[in-house]
Design a binder for this molecule. Structure first.
Ligand SMILES: Nc1nc2c(c(=O)[nH]1)N[C@H]1C(S)=C(S)[C@@H](COP(=O)(O)OP(=O)(O)OC[C@H]3O[C@@H](n4cnc5c(=O)[nH]c(N)nc54)[C@H](O)[C@@H]3O)O[C@H]1N2
Ligand SMILES: Nc1nc2c(c(=O)[nH]1)N[C@H]1C(S)=C(S)[C@@H](COP(=O)(O)OP(=O)(O)OC[C@H]3O[C@@H](n4cnc5c(=O)[nH]c(N)nc54)[C@H](O)[C@@H]3O)O[C@H]1N2
Ligand code: SF4
Ligand SMILES: [Mo]
Length: 732
């Protein structure tokens, strides 16, 4: 008899609740859980393919260990023996910096990825940390760090209540949203319009999201910071700025007008390739809306002025009085975020506390640019990275210049991959530790609940018991930490019990903690949970603002609704001043560079990316149900540009940029504006040694091979993945 089980979908940031149909130990179906307190039955084609993804025959079932140059199946014990033999010895000989840690996107979609990497980094003592953030949202962390003193204090648009949404560089109809966790984002945008609200989309492509909008502006890629600066300038020049109650919590309002003085709509219009009047009108509408939110994502982050654009998004939310008010942009409060501390000055946010060894890139949030990983491995000298621990990451495809990274990884003394697939990156590992398929893992969204448009908490226990021979991903991480620390063989629970003891000992001394003054050992005994990570979750819930317990979540399998987002200022602020620092020094120092960009008039073509609803970065091309149709790696180009260059729909072209060149199929479409071409990322599954039988059949081209890693947003170290110049030639 088939049974059902609930599972929060881990495939994108929308975190939909799924109802899985299970026959024996196989997931045979997935539908939206109509009773889920947050997603209310929504599902997309990726969630619907959960069963196929879970059962992908190419998923690794056992660890792999390199012997005689070849990766071979091994026992868990052999795998950890190999790690324990290699890593501590390397660290002894070459120092802590000789180990690099690379963390990929799915870490924010697993309990293991949330709870263990910080412990791994501490155990290793390395500063060589590279993550998907510097290919993605680091500009938002940096701007929030500078503005609010906390890189995780990222306001999200109050989608369900706003009257006006200005959305830049995001395509939630395909991506389902990012840094704005909102199951059924499309439905929420439609509801916004149905209640009389206005949606304005800024995107060089006429995306499905743009088609839903009241207005679509298609600027030249990379120019969002200029556009946003002109919007802010207009608000200030026309006396439309009305920060209201925010004024009391904000420093630097007075200096802003002078800092943005040169960015008039007329001055930015040519570089943005927009009409000055349209910019002015937009500013006036934004100011006039009863409530409004400005929201920018990938297309405004992974660009040359990504941090400035991210900063200006919140400058606009502040100038219009929309930050921290219902209908505007608010700070979520997740159930595991720790009890709110009293308002007051904090430690502030520092950038560049150390720098990368080879190119001297400043750290941001403790990370170095992933674009710099290859040179840190290849360049000889003291502090060279000789070993890499890669967890849920595929930088050979997701980061600039995969060919160079490919060579660099191949030359490492030692590499560990925690990954379910033998893919473009993990094929270089000496040890691959495969996590179980998602149906066999419990789930809780530590990361995304902090960016959700509604406060809520949901927990899914594993839907299927762990298959014989498998190891839970949390245990994989815990054992990895022990193995690199010279504690190989110690019980993995010891890692969690240590965290629990330390956290409780601290909590009982903090006056704002719900456990202030309690006995930490007694509190530890109260924790429920079958495993270490469950006990940690229980503890974090108890220490959180809603004082929930794991048992509460178990009693409410469809989730607990914690209500709409509410104002949280000044409590969230952790700046040294205890106020919003509107014009922080590192930002002010960047403005001359933006001023110089006013003169930019790139004559040639520039490239932007795109996502497809049935894709997810580099790792879903191996599921037949999710490939094919329009989910293809084609170069989209406007008919005028195609005609001028002699390119035809269905033909082929050679595309060349700083980092190299590729041959790609051409798709002529007027959904991209003139002067812009679009190629999706995550393709290029044609490297020997991977085990991706479906993906390798239609490998596509790796767009990141067009980059050499030198184009970065300097403040955040984020790679410029959108808006870089390319050249095209037709191929016969
Ligand atoms: N040109 C261009 N490049 C881009 C982007 C772009 O827009 N344009 N987008 C960037 C963005 S936003 C991101 S986030 C990065 C993503 O960059 P990465 O994180 O490097 O890439 P993913 O494709 O998400 O790879 C995830 C890896 O995790 C593995 N994995 C899947 N599930 C699990 C699991 O449960 N546990 C573990 N341990 N591993 C798992 C997969 O097999 C895969 O190897 O790519 C970036 N690259
Ligand atoms: N189906 C699917 N969903 C996903 C993913 C996936 O790969 N596939 N990846 C997940 C991840 S890791 C992330 S981070 C999120 C990202 O989610 P989104 O931020 O929504 O990312 P995209 O869909 O890439 O949309 C970025 C848009 O920016 C536009 N753009 C490019 N350059 C510029 C520019 O200079 N200015 C402006 N204004 N726009 C520009 C592009 O044309 C594109 O439409 O999606 C997540 N969800
Ligand atoms: S929208 Fe995202 S979370 Fe929801 S079903 Fe689709 S992939 Fe899963
Ligand atoms: Mo991402």
């Amino acid at each position: 008899m088939p049974r059902t089980a609930l599972r929060i979908c881990p495939l994108c940031e929308a975190t939909c609740g799924l109802t899985l149909t299970i026959e024996g130990t196989t997931v045979t179906g997935a539908r939206g859980d109509r009773d889920d307190v947050f997603s209310r039955g929504f599902i997309c084609p990726k969630g619907a393919a959960f069963g196929a993804l879970d059962a992908d025959p190419d998923r690794l079932r056992t660890p792999l260990v390199r012997r005689d140059g070849r990766l071979q199946e091994a026992t868990w014990e052999e795998a950890y023996d190999a790690i324990a033999a290699a890593v501590p010895a390397l660290v002894r000989e070459h120092g802590a910096q000789s180990v690099g840690v690379v963390l990929g996107n799915p870490n924010v979609h697993t309990i293991a990825g949330a709870l263990y990497p910080p412990l791994l980094l501490k155990a290793l003592g390395t500063r060589n940390l590279f993550t998907a953030s510097t290919l993605d949202q680091m500009p938002k962390h940096v701007s929030s760090g500078l503005l609010f003193g906390d890189p995780f204090a990222i306001p999200v648009p109050d989608l369900d209540h706003t009257d006006f949404l200005l959305l830049l560089g995001a395509n939630p109809l395909e991506s389902n949203g990012s840094l704005c966790t909102a199951p059924d984002f499309p439905g929420r945008l439609k509801a916004l319009r149905a209640r009389g609200g206005t949606l304005v989309v800024v995107d060089p492509r006429r995306t499905r999201t743009a088609r839903l909008a009241d207005r679509h502006l298609a600027p030249r890629p990379g120019s969002d910071a200029l556009l946003l600066a002109a919007l802010a300038h207009t608000l200030l020049a026309e006396k439309l700025a009305a920060p209201g109650a925010l004024e009391e919590h904000t420093e630097g309002l007075g200096e802003l007008a002078a800092a943005l003085g040169s960015f008039t709509p007329e001055a930015v219009a040519p570089a943005c390739d927009l009409a000055a009047d349209d910019i002015r009108t937009l500013a006036r509408e934004l100011a006039a809306a009863p409530t409004a939110a400005v929201y920018g994502r990938i297309g405004s982050c992974t660009v040359e002025y990504g941090t400035l654009a991210s900063w200006l998004v919140d400058v606009l939310n502040i100038l219009t009085g929309n930050l921290d008010r219902p209908g505007g942009a608010l700070f979520p409060l997740s159930a595991t975020s720790g009890a709110p501390r009293p308002a007051g000055p904090g430690k502030g946010f520092a950038l560049g506390r150390w720098s990368s060894r080879v190119s001297g890139h400043p750290e941001a949030k403790g990370e170095l640019p992933t674009s710099a990983l290859a040179e840190e491995i290849e360049t000889p000298g003291e502090g060279r990275i000789r070993a890499v621990i890669a967890i849920a990451s595929n930088p050979v495809l997701s980061a600039p210049d995969g060919d160079r990274l490919d060579r660099a990884l191949a030359g490492l003394d030692f590499m560990v991959s925690v990954d379910p697939y033998l893919n473009e990156t993990s094929r270089h590992a000496h040890v691959v530790l495969p996590p179980p398929p998602p149906a066999q893992s419990a789930h809780f969204d530590f990361a995304f609940n902090g960016f959700a448009v509604r406060n809520q908490a949901r927990y899914s226990p594993a839907a299927i018991p762990l298959e014989e021979g498998r190891m839970e991903e949390c245990e994989i991480h815990a054992r990895l930490i022990l193995a690199v620390s010279g504690l190989h063989g110690a019980p993995p629970e010891a890692v969690d019990e240590r965290v629990i003891a330390d956290s409780l000992a601290r909590a009982v001394t903090e006056p704002h903690s719900p456990l202030f003054g309690a006995d930490p050992e007694e509190q530890a005994r109260l924790l429920s949970g079958r495993t270490g990570p469950e006990r940690r979750l229980d503890m974090m819930l108890r220490l959180g603002p809603y004082e929930l317990t794991l048992e509460d979540l178990r009693q409410n399998p469809h989730g607990i609704d914690l209500g709409p987002l509410r104002p949280r200022l000044p409590g969230v602020l952790r700046t040294r001043s205890g106020r919003i620092e509107l014009l922080p020094d590192p930002i002010a120092a960047e403005l001359p560079r933006l001023r110089a960009a006013l003169a930019d008039r790139p004559a040639g073509l520039v490239l932007v990316g795109r996502r497809h609803l049935r894709s997810n970065n580099s790792w879903l091309h191996n599921v037949p149900a999710l490939t094919g149709g329009s989910n293809r790696c084609t170069l989209q180009i406007h008919p005028q540009d195609a005609g001028r260059l002699g390119l035809t729909d269905g033909g082929r072209a050679r595309i060349t940029a700083d980092g190299g060149s590729l041959e790609v199929p051409v798709e002529v479409t007027d959904t991209v504006r003139t002067g812009v071409v679009s190629l999706p990322h995550g393709w290029g599954h044609d490297r020997a040694g991977a085990r991706l039988s479906v993906a390798s059949g239609s490998p596509g081209a790796n767009v990141n091979q067009l980059l050499d890693g030198s184009r970065l947003d300097p403040l955040s170290g984020t790679a410029v993945l959108n808006g870089f110049p390319v050249e095209l030639t037709p191929l016969p």
